[in-house]
Write a protein that binds this ligand. Sequence first.
Ligand code: MG
Length: 161
Amino acid sequence: MEIKVAQLLNEQVNKEMFSAYLYLDIENYFSEQDLDGFAHWYMLQAAEEMEHAMKIYNYLHEEQEKITLEAIAKPDCSFKNDREPLEAALEHEKFITDSIHTIYEAAEEVKDYRTMRFLDWFVTEQAEEEVNANELLAKYDKFGNDPRALYLLNSELKGRE
Ligand code: MG
């Protein structure tokens, strides 16, 4: 594998782990607000992000590439209201999408078809992640100020698997 592609994949392992960390922080926030459905949803997201990290980690192993584990940054989120974490999540997913696309471009440049194939799953996944994050923020904006509607939204999130 081309060194640049391997490097970017290594960095992506860290970014996915940071995503898990960010979502745990959001889970923590909603837990404290007694919005257990929102907390549950972000707990699921955190677990998914760990899976993403491991997918890339295992791919690097399979390709006999060196894996470097860097420090995971502290999520810098002192949320002031219930909307801020939802917005932070959407912004973060957009950032991750860009990052995946950058690796894809680097792989394409050196005709690393195997890595492009591998990244296809992530390209699709990111589209889904952005839809989900967008949708939740839109729902919150529509219903967040109505306690009864917020209760129902929270219940709906609590039932998600
Ligand atoms: Mg991810």
